[in-house]
Design a protein. Structure first.
Length: 256
């Protein structure tokens, strides 16, 4: 089975670029399932129902998110009503819309997709180690894919090794910069620290450069706007053994 994980999609420009490039990419790489981080899919960050629907209709099967998951209140109901729109599982249960796990039924096989958020330099959420331990204890799926939305490389690597052999693959999101450390860990888990970004390349993480410069230089609030211009799509393809749930191969992807 070939599973495609797409890096943080930024703004309507990133959404349109994804729609343009995804059909050919799925055909070329013989993709069975598409997971994409959409927490910045709406202009100005966050995700709206319209942005989520645009991604689903473009060929995305499961949308994951992160620290901007709840920037737009209009999407709260969708988290509760859509099984394939996820928020990090380590948000507090009971008071937080949505869930951080979906089991995607493909007929011949079921794939669990989990969304977690890191704790270093991020919001203080529940311990991701304890949360995923509990989740894995209840799952019967052979194939489990994790989007770990985190800032620190060390935190991502540590969780990757902790879960090695217990999940099929883990891809990091949040930093918007694709790392070149893709690998299969010793016990068969596919791993990359950050899958990257889908959106305008001449930018600061998708934001107009001059606005980011002003923020860092002047230390005053700045209303960020999505950059324009040429885009790139960053992704990774995991080829997973249906019988064992282990990653057989992986391929880092960049499309201009």
């Amino acid at each position: 089975m070939n599973i495609l994980a797409i890096g943080d999609i930024v703004g309507s420009v990133g959404c349109r670029f994804l729609r343009e490039k995804l059909p050919d990419l799925k055909k070329k790489e013989q993709i069975d399932l598409v997971i994409a981080n959409g927490e910045n899919a709406a202009d100005g960050n966050g995700i709206t129902p319209a942005a989520a629907e645009f991604l689903f209709s473009s060929g995305v099967d499961v949308i994951t998110t992160g620290n901007h998951a709840f920037r737009r209140k209009e999407v709260y109901d969708l988290y509760d009503n859509c099984d394939t729109l996820l928020r990090p599982a380590n948000y507090p249960d009971g008071s937080t819309p949505g869930k951080g796990l979906t089991v995607y039924d493909m007929g011949r096989i079921r794939v669990a997709v989990i969304n977690l958020m890191g704790c270093m330099f991020m919001e203080s959420l529940n311990d991701p180690y304890l949360v995923i331990d509990r989740m894995l204890d209840t799952l019967s799926c052979r194939i489990v894919i994790l989007d770990f939305h985190a800032e620190a490389t060390a935190e991502k690597l540590a969780l990757g090794y902790y879960l090695d052999g217990r999940i099929s693959a883990m891809f990091g999101t949040h930093t918007h910069v694709q790392t070149s450390d893709e690998r299969i860990l010793p016990n068969g888990t596919g791993y990359i620290t950050d899958v990257g970004m889908t959106g305008p390349y001449e930018s600061v993480l998708g934001i107009r450069p001059e606005l980011a410069v002003r923020k860092f230089k002047e230390k005053l609030p700045v209303r960020f706007e999505t950059a324009t211009g040429k885009c790139r799509l960053n992704a990774i393809r995991f080829t997973v053994d249906d019988r064992t749930g282990k990653t057989l191969s992986l391929k880092r992807i960049e499309i201009l």
